[in-house]
Design a protein. Structure first.
Length: 295
């Protein structure tokens, strides 16, 4: 099931996108929002499927999809350096923050939930805040039930579904605050998420998804999730060790090589750029970079 979020007559509603990605069936208000369905577990998802019978259908071309999720338990949980080609391409370009060797465990950080925007919303851009706005295509997963210290072999049982994300980052801010990444990853209205939430049962092999990013029609990132340093299951197992993950938590799983900061010459986002982020089987985000006063 591909769960989408849209507002109809001033009320946020959940919908189900068809297989062709051309239409959305509007679920009744009693189904709740996508956030409600995620937190309601298998029973809520089964009920939503049942409600599809007789649901009104709208062409996707006539609606504006929003971020599937709006209610966050905490910061977005993120994984850094999770494609070795990306780790290697940035060597010597981290402005004195290079690790001495490849990490033996996933590298985690967080970003504020106010970063989240919808699949067609503008990415906020303020050159007075940062001079180095970078793109990072990623697969995001959503936790489907509360648990702590999840064994790796059972970790994927805790995934409700998957989305496309772009972890737009401000590299100068990322380097300027003591070597931690929160500030350079948490600028408001900069992380597209969506276009819908694809339930885990629709993805046969999450470690075989194609991740791509285009800027102004030029393909800059193109990799398979099979190239990840640490699998989705490993990420969940290590992140949850001694730390409870909650239904509705969003986990970003890292970006592949091709980022703007590592290129020669470097490529950074500017006002008017069009950023397309896609993952095979999960859909596509299309966002314009737009000047916004943030300071």
């Amino acid at each position: 099931m591909k769960l989408a979020s849209l507002t109809v007559d001033g009320v946020r509603r959940a919908g189900a996108v068809d297989e062709a990605g051309l239409a959305v069936a509007l679920l009744p208000a009693s189904a709740g929002t996508v956030d409600d369905i995620v937190r309601g577990g298998p029973a809520a998802l089964d009920a939503a499927r049942t409600m599809l019978a007789g649901a009104d259908t709208l062409p996707l071309s006539e609606v504006r999809l929003e971020s599937p999720l709006h209610r966050f338990n905490r910061d977005i949980l993120c994984t850094g350096w999770n494609y070795w080609d990306h780790f290697e391409e940035s060597k010597g370009k981290r402005e004195g923050q290079d690790p001495s060797s490849r990490p033996k465990h996933p590298t985690f950080f967080t970003k504020g939930p106010d970063t989240v925007i919808g699949p067609a919303d503008d990415i906020a851009y303020d050159p007075d805040l940062s001079a180095k706005w970078d793109y990072e295509a990623e697969i995001a997963l959503v936790i489907g039930r509360d648990a702590r210290s999840i064994p790796e072999e059972k970790a994927l049982e805790h995934v409700f579904g998957y989305l496309v994300a772009n972890d737009v980052s401000q590299r100068d801010l990322q380097r300027a605050h003591g070597g931690q990444w929160l500030k350079g990853k948490s600028i408001d209205a900069t992380m597209p998420l969506g276009p819908w939430l694809t339930t885990a049962d629709e993805i046969d092999d999450p470690m075989g998804l194609r991740v791509q990013c285009e800027v102004n029609g030029v393909l800059l990132q193109n990799a398979s999730s099979a190239q990840m340093a640490f699998s989705f299951a490993r990420i969940i197992a290590e992140l949850s060790r001694g730390m409870t993950l909650r239904a509705g938590d969003v986990v970003l799983t890292g970006t592949p090589s091709g980022i703007g900061n590592a290129r020669e010459p470097q490529i950074f986002l500017r006002d008017g750029d069009v950023v397309v982020t896609r993952v095979s089987g999960l859909g596509e985000l299309r966002n314009k970079v737009a000047s916004t006063r943030l300071t």
